[in-house]
Unconditional design. Structure first.
Length: 153
């Protein structure tokens, strides 16, 4: 019996806890450390995130691709994977620009209401700013104070 395989590129599969999966994105860089090569970090990219959660382990399978030009990596090796991109910058807005309402409604003039898309940030960060997860982009103008006066009918 014989197995034929092209190991010039290998897939690394990890089990990411369900509570952390929101931090993973396809295409992001990762560092891989293998037990066979302690002290060395190898660089890859996330290529796939599974569609389901394993009911027993409460984890999601994440697959990364890693170049293997020297043929050092072999199937079934053990290691760990970690984010290598560091924190992501996000736009923030003053807390005074955030108005909580029980129902929607129009705003007069050229103003546009934006609904917050809660992405699990766990509330507002310390200080007086809020992550700009309102569909805002860098450079968009916001009403920083007195926005409640624009509420309309």
């Amino acid at each position: 019996m014989m197995t034929v395989a092209d190991l010039s590129t290998v897939w690394i599969t990890s089990s990411v806890p369900e509570s952390s999966i929101r931090l993973i994105e396809v295409g992001e860089p990762v560092d891989v450390v293998l037990a066979a090569y302690p002290g060395e970090a190898f660089h890859g990219r996330v290529t796939r995130i599974a569609d389901t959660v394993d009911a027993e382990t409460r984890t999601v399978k994440v697959q990364a691709e890693l170049a293997n030009p020297g043929g050092r990596f072999r199937p079934e090796m053990f290691g760990s994977i970690r984010h290598s991109h560091g924190p992501k910058p996000v736009p923030v807005i003053p807390l005074g620009a955030v108005i909580q309402t029980a129902r929607g409604g129009g705003l007069p003039g050229d103003w546009e209401r934006r609904v917050r898309e809660d992405r699990g940030h766990g509330g507002n960060p310390p200080g007086e700013v809020c992550p700009g997860a309102f569909g805002l982009r860098v450079g968009d103008r916001v009403v920083a104070e007195g926005g409640v006066l624009l509420k309309g009918n």
